[in-house]
Write a protein that binds this ligand. Sequence first.
Ligand code: SF4
Length: 345
Amino acid sequence: MNFTTALLDWYRRQARKLPWRETKDPYAIWVSEVMLQQTQVDTVIPYYQRFMERFPSLQALAEADEAEVLKYWEGLGYYRRARLLLQGVREVQAKYGGNIPSKPQLLKALPGVGDYMAGSIASIAFNLPVAAVDGNVSRVISRILAIEDDPSRAPVRRRITAWVQERFPQREAGDYTQALMELGALVCTPKRPRCSDCPVLPFCKASGNDPEQYPVKRKKAEVPEERRIVLMITWNGRRLLVQRPNTGLMAGFWEYPHIEAAAGDDAQRLAEEWAERNLGERLNFRFLRKMTHVYSHLRWNLEIYQAVREETGDCPATIGRWFSPEEEARLSRVAFVRKLSRQNP
Ligand code: SF4
């Protein structure tokens, strides 16, 4: 029996009956996933039921008053989640006539929807083989593979995602996604994982070897160095920039897209895959130069790659926006981007 079969057999026998598991409605799955961010399942259940009674469809929520939506969220906390959900459903209503798209790139372009949520909606609601890696899943896979590195680092996250991705069953993509999450919630728990009851014990490298040591946390005292591949992509005399999140380092500033890479990663391939994922096509990147950028607590070793998009047709970047040099100069940009744009106008 392989890993996926063992996991699915267990899930069919042991899965908890949860209200959002009784539907394949992408809207309902979306609501449940937003509520489950940072909140325990038992707390979410009554909120989810009340919310779905009052806003049973995407259209009902899209037309609702924000104050009333927040009222139904009261007690769940993290109200930003509710506001983003409301913005998201309104965008789906306006852009897609109320039909939630199934493509992960389009899902990720919606407010509040990141890699994880796009993966859960695509796999659970649309049965597509798209990995959804949350904290539970990354803990489980860190243990199965005994990964000696911190899964919050992008290369490790990529490795975990690829591993999950490769094991999708032919059908039952949604069950596979939920089974991994359920295993993390019920068996492979942060403390005292129940290895003797675990359906994937034969595949696990950490069992019997202090599984609690995984996932490994990066030591706080280290000043991390990160290898980053920076992409300068031009199209029709305009360049692609993405905006940093509203919180954290250089919040709200604009920059060229960049990807964290591990020491042995093939930068050219990562760049091509990024373009395919986010622009929907493969571009030819050429290496421009290396540079470093130092923050007080972090050093970025940057490798700059350039590509020109030759197509004249529309290019709806699902991430970022295209700017002319004049528009770009008016943006608040991070320092290395200002420097690069001066040297490569
Ligand atoms: S065998 Fe133990 S450590 Fe490994 S996945 Fe199962 S519960 Fe987690």
